[in-house]
Design a protein around this ligand. Sequence first.
Ligand code: ZN
Length: 305
Amino acid sequence: MARFTLNILGCGSAKPTPQHLPACQVLDFRDKLYMIDCGEGAQHTFAQMHLRPSRLNHVFISHLHGDHFLGLLGLLSSMTLMGKEGEVVVHTFADGARIIGDMMNYIDRHRSYELRFNIIKVGHEVIYEDNALRVSTLPLKHSVPAVGFLFEEKGKERHLRGDMADFHGIPAWQRAAVKGGADFVKPDGTVIPNNFLTTAPDPPVRYAYCSDTMPSERVIPLIEGVDWLYHEATYDSTRADKARQYCHSTAAQAAEVARRAQAKHLIIGHYSARYDTPELLLREAQAIFPATIAAAERQRLDLLR
Ligand SMILES: [Zn+2]
């Protein structure tokens, strides 16, 4: 069974609090891990959640504020201690590649794995793609260059009809090809077209990560109809001025983005240190967009549900 799970490692903002760690998430998709941002403490929560470095090959950094990437140096250094093999690709701006590259060459010169950088820019373009997943950037509005990330499943298998598979005697070794769209050729040469044997695949699941940002008009059409939207909700509505001043969003603004983009679910996070619990932010968001949940550390969400 395919897996598409979102692990929340940190959902606080820059100021440390007893409740939260800074931004970090890990998508667990078909046995590979994709990290989004890497605030301080990420590697500790990574271990607590029993996530394995051997499966982590891609890290996506939204912007270069410390609460979104300062945990990466620790995590990357520890990977050598854990005997990580293969490569780790950090998708970041040119400045990020320079800063992180310089630091890593100083503190962990003899890495057990290859560290590569994929330079990204503010905009909307595909930055990673394999046969199962596509990742593109989303242009955000923040006080420094910032992007969100859109993760899209691709190439999902068609559903094989059990009755037809039995009726035509499709052997087990040919079923994967039929699920992939191939016709079935019987031993006597009769061709059974694929549309008699299968039904359409489930629609691909899409997940958008938008943090840190003010509400952005440009992003709304790019995330239209997403199954899951993580949108920062740093403040409540009484602090809308502060949100604007620091280029962040209120919970109501996050909900408004979800509503206008016709997202199916909204997850809010990046809470300001002034809130002991996200209750107020959640209430404000749910008043506009009922299908909102509040992110919490060590939460696992099944994105296929
Ligand atoms: Zn920021």
